[in-house]
Ligand binder design. Sequence first.
Ligand code: G3P
Ligand code: CA
Length: 335
Amino acid sequence: MVKAVALTILTFAGAGFIPAPADAAAAGPIIIGHRGASGHRPEHTLESYRLAAEMGADYIEPDLVSTKDGELVARHENEIGDTTDVEARFPDRKRSKTIDGHAVIGWFTEDFTLAELRTLHARERLPFRSHAFDGRFAVPTFDEILDLAAALTKELGRPVGVYPETKHPAYFASIGLALEPKLVAALERHGWNTAGSPVFIQSFEAASLKTLRPLTPLPLVLLLDAQAAPLTDARLTEIAGYAQAVGLHQRLIVPAGPGNRTLPPTDVVARAHTAGLKVHVWTLRNEAVFLSPSYNGHPEEEFRQFAGLGVDGIFTDFPDMGAAALGRMPATRAR
Ligand code: G3P
Ligand code: CA
């Protein structure tokens, strides 16, 4: 065990965070690789998802949007100007649209066939993250991600689940490209639309979850951002009527005040549990631009705080940090 912990320290020393102490609890919340290991690789690529699992993520998280020909692909948004080389390759495909009430200018997945999207290359969106992998990876389909999760499950000798999110589902339905039937069909093809499969399905849109409810026995997760209406007990009970979990912005659980310094936790985790809902929190990140100064530059302290507050799952761009914070060993060395 001592040797194993020493290897953890060695493996992650280059990532710039402090490993967990040797006696940290092995159990704890599930680690959800947010857009893969998006702190280390361009988000929503097979390489990002693979690295997340290798670093200790229990689930990999694809955000799903549709192509023109109705194929599900993983992108954070249907606008892909910031995360691919689409501008250089399809300069004449730029469009202005209104998506969920917001004016957006750029390149949209629904204007490209899958064959066209497959010619693009992913790139890192954030300027302060590594761009060493820009131009090297493709935009993956949901089918490929499910294949990868199955392969990683065999390779790593433990379940690697998927945690897909329907992105702008009402918008996609409005243009004849509804996401939900395609999502369920893909899970069916891979044998994962069954109770007990390692899958959570998430959305910010309750209507999308209500559409999914009769189509799948899998647990559904309603996402709520920091500006969400108050989570009264009555509201939690209403959500529990169609969902099994809430995915909460971290500030709904640990608020922050002036200077982004943290304040005492709310009681929402306990009240959600009382309503029968699991609680998953998003999104923990290492960089100072995201991390409250209250953690003194130690993201693993934030991770442990949420674990200690009893959340059931934690989304992070840095699954290596999460695994170290919980004292878990990754299945293979981080690259
Ligand atoms: O799905 C949880 C979290 O990822 C929600 O935010 O915008 O990163 O998809 P977003
Ligand atoms: Ca997401």
